[in-house]
Design a protein around this ligand. Structure first.
Ligand code: NDP
Length: 327
């Protein structure tokens, strides 16, 4: 059984008197900075002087240049996009941190795959919310929690673990539970969901839409039935709350019978073999090397794929369907 930490296991005391610098005021940065401040911590925001900085001003922070925020930090949360972290870390963060400072990530990727190698005198920890930034803030305000994966990569001071849990408690995550794992496992799980589970779901969705439209159903009806009504996402929410099998009871007997008896017809798809191959590619570091090379080359594949997506027929179908129904 993996270790899960709750409020009772985590004290804010290890960060008493510490300056917590949050670099980046985007999805996670804003939510975590606000939550930590509301938990009584002394929070400094580091950001370029632009729209995000204006938002930080509106929220009552006085944003500093990144390097200055790093210089003031006892604890630094690096909450900027993963693909720019290594460059920003080398230029604006590493030169300004002192021995004994703590560096915290919200995703294990860059440390796990060696793009950021922190100085040996630093504590390096991860508090990786399994929740988008807006939810991190909303749930905190509502007095609710959200789960995270947490881990210590480097413990130079002997206080890394306690300080990691203080951050997790300060952002409100230990209210729900923080599961301990390595940076590598967190990154692998996240990439696997994005690269195996997501595309497999997407392929099933595409096949279903095409089947219905080719059979003469209007796109509005097909999309509404499959996901635009929100019934699917509601069922998934219920699955998270009650369990995948238990939530079946919320559906009609016809639905349950049809689903159970037809499931076997899809059992022989070689989904698992493909997923295993993707998992192996992630674990070997092959994906991380490929993505590094893609970025170094100026993102040719990424840009071409985004361009293709712009012309996907789904966009027109969704527009029609969204016009037809109010949310
Ligand atoms: P965002 O894309 O929301 O980050 C935007 C912030 O990063 C802005 O403050 C922006 O400032 C700053 N930024 C962007 N580019 C640069 C740059 N080159 N130099 C300096 N600052 C820059 O990031 P997320 O919050 O989505 O992700 C942050 C971390 O949290 C990542 O590690 C991610 O994996 C993790 N995470 C994210 C989740 C989410 O909800 N999205 C969920 C769980 C984890 P400006 O543009 O002004 O420079």
């Amino acid at each position: 059984m993996p270790t899960v930490y709750y409020d009772a296991d985590a004290s804010l005391e290890p960060l008493a008197g510490a300056t917590v610098s949050v670099l980046g005021y985007g999805n996670q940065g804003r939510a975590q900075a606000l939550n930590l401040r509301d938990s009584g911590m002394s929070v400094v925001v580091g950001n370029l002087d632009d729209d995000y900085a204006r938002q930080a001003h509106e929220d009552g922070f006085d944003p500093l240049p990144l390097a200055e925020a790093a210089r003031r930090a006892d604890v630094l949360l690096l909450l900027i996009p993963d693909e720019v972290q290594a460059e920003v870390y080398a230029r604006d963060v590493a030169p300004h941190l002192d021995r004994g400072d703590l560096l915290c990530f919200a995703h294990g990727y860059n440390v796990a795959f060696g793009h950021i190698v922190a100085e040996t005198g630093l504590d390096v920890v991860m508090v990786a919310p399994r929740m988008i930034g807006a939810g991190v803030r909303q749930r905190f305000v509502e007095g609710r929690g959200f789960p995270s994966l947490v881990g210590v990569h480097q413990d130079a001071t002997g206080r890394a673990h306690a300080r990691m849990l203080a951050i997790a408690r300060g952002i409100g995550s230990t209210r729900a539970g923080c599961l301990e794992c390595t940076f590598r496992d967190e990154a692998t799980l996240d990439l696997f969901t994005e690269q195996a589970f997501g595309p497999a779901m997407g392929a099933a969705m595409r096949a279903a839409i095409e089947t219905l439209i080719e059979a003469g159903f209007p796109p509005e009806a097909a999309l509404l039935e499959l996901y635009l009504s929100g019934e699917l996402s509601y069922s998934l929410e219920k699955a998270a709350e009650l369990g995948m099998v238990a939530q079946w009871e919320l559906h009609s007997h016809t639905s349950q019978y049809g689903s159970m008896t037809r499931s076997a017809r899809f059992a022989d798809l070689d989904l698992k073999e493909r997923m295993k191959a993707i998992l192996e590619e992630i674990r070997s570091g092959g994906f991380a090397r490929e993505w590094q090379a893609e970025q170094a080359a100026g993102l040719p594949v990424f840009k071409a794929a985004k361009e293709m997506m712009k012309h996907h027929p789904m966009i027109e179908w969704e527009e029609k369907a969204k016009k037809a129904f109010r949310r």
